[in-house]
Design a protein around this ligand. Sequence first.
Ligand code: ADP
Ligand code: MG
Length: 706
Amino acid sequence: MNDSKEKLNVEEIYGKNVFTLSKMRAAMPKSVFRNVRKVMEQGGELSPADADVVAKAMKDWAVENGATHYTHWFQPLTGITAEKHDAFVSTPDEEGRMLMGFSGKDLIKGEPDASSFPSGGLRATFEARGYTAWDITSPAFLKESGAGITLCIPTAFCSYTGEALDKKTPLLRSMEAINTQALRIVRLFGNTEARRVKASLGAEQEYFLVNFEKYLKRPDLIFTGRTLFGAPAPKGQEMEDHYFGVIRERVGAFMKDLNEELWKLGVPAKTQHNEVAPAQHELAPIYEEANLATDHNQLIMETMKRLAVYHNMRCLLHEKPFAGVNGSGKHNNWSLSTDNGVNLLEPGASPERNIQFLLILSCILKAIDTHAELLRQSASDVGNDLRLGADEAPPAIVSIFLGEQLEDVVRQLVETGSADSHIEGGILRTGVSTLPDINKDATDRNRTSPFAFTGNKFEFRMVGSADSCASPITIINAIVAEAFCEAADLLEHADNFNKAVHDLIKDNMTKHQRIIFSGNGYSEEWVREAERRGLPNIRSTIEAASALTSEKSIRLFEKFGIFTESELRSREEIIYETYAKTQNIEVLTMIDMARKQILPACMQYARNLAETVVIMRKAGVEPMAEAEKLAIVNTQINDAQESLKMLIDAEDRAGRIRGMRDQAFFYKDIVRPLMDNLRVPCDNLEKLVDKKMWPFPTYEDLMFEV
Ligand code: ADP
Ligand code: MG
């Protein structure tokens, strides 16, 4: 960490902790490097001999830079990352000398005892073998932390029988699917040079920072990542003075360190600013290929949490740490481009480009409309339930915002496209064959839309701040690949290509235009309008979970080899399990805080008031204010005590429900409302009781005094 006055040379430190291609090239024979590149680009496996050479080069570089340990870094279904560190230490020789060892085998494959990771029944505990396999497309890096310096090897995590136990494997499979199908589309339009189409991701990350000592006094923040109690501070976000406001010194120093650490890790951190809620901030990196960007987003979250502590702060990544002010999301900006640099979501200036763009756009409309439930599911997690549809984040209804110009193009195509369509001098006249120049900055903004076209990319805004980007991007890739595949199947055999492509665009747009919406997504009218249009409005994570295993989802994923049916069923099961466990922890924390902290403090306060009342009466004055306050406080204490008893009883019943799905729904339908019931009198009491007696820091302490 640097003194804040010290100058940074960004070019010098950028990628310092990454085993980049150029470092690899320098560290190994040309022939081995060539083989590595080939596997990176075309898939396949390294030979054992090559793997040994790469391993040695990687270890030498790591050790030279101070690493003592290595780890296979993977992304199990917990949504965060996992690592088990092994020292490079090997058995000493007879004379007691030790040579640091690391073989090709160590590099390529690991075998963590995986029984304690969620598997949703895929891997019985008694056959707990799980394998981590090096993802050669994501570079190894050095992590500096309290544990020293560790060489991290990004890996995929699978069961003994090859089923994916992680978020990375399906993402990589979906990248393959979108690559294959998108290539078919660009070939139709005469592009013979592109060898690959890649999905890109730029993930904007929102977060809160709170004072570390105050954080330590809040069991709810410690155990659940959010506040379960808390009356609103006198000031919230209504003045709109925090958004883009001047960054406070301590926060600025944190951001500086964060950038430096991320740049060293090769994460292209770019933009930072204050967000809408007090104590809320955002970091956006430059977009990268989606699997790398997903790894990097994990590193961003990890580094935020780790560094905040050095600044006497705590980073909260929960989607809704505080009631009454905005929660945090993670906007996933997604686009497709060829390896020769053409962004397929860029409306072109020429008619051919326009037709290709319109076909792609129409396929995306079809994909999102057909699989709206699945897309909704991909952005769901327990914390995000508190945010979606709550007037600060997109609604739980999936729709697409295109902007005025494009929407008009779609309307024209749907209404008049067919009538206008005829071939003339080899060029198709669609009435919209040349789009007006769609300038990125000219597209108007709609912050309430969950899936918005922003000039040359789509921005998926539903994703929660703590979630991995892997699931949303896997789903977007998969559903769009399916629509591309269906289009290519039809067009590759068309007798009259121009007519066929035109008819298909019109057909897709006509059938799926109901998914387009440019009005206010936060409004009640939209909820009714969406219902009229037949669009799903799925309100919670556990209601969304079954979208994974619907017939059309299974067909989609199996067709492109992204998930097997059993992988999907296990993931659905894990969602119920995670939901029930998360709720269980929240309830137990609430019960503890109410029983051991809030009620004792309030009872003490009531006792003080009662004593005052008695003493004043004895002294011959009528304690009007005191008696009135005592009565109010007493009523709230009784309310809280009653609600507490009901919550304890419900928690007890929840624990006796066997099936995970049933338990999860019991928590959502029965327990959650009782949690709200307990919170109300407790928050009322916070407003009544002497501040000095309140047992933990309040919203104003947490949000305004970092
Ligand atoms: P906005 O202000 O509209 O949200 P920005 O230009 O600030 O847009 O970009 C937000 C994020 O989107 C950044 O991470 C950026 O790198 C990313 N981004 C920009 N262009 C693309 C693209 N073509 N594909 C994917 N992500 C992109
Ligand atoms: Mg944005």
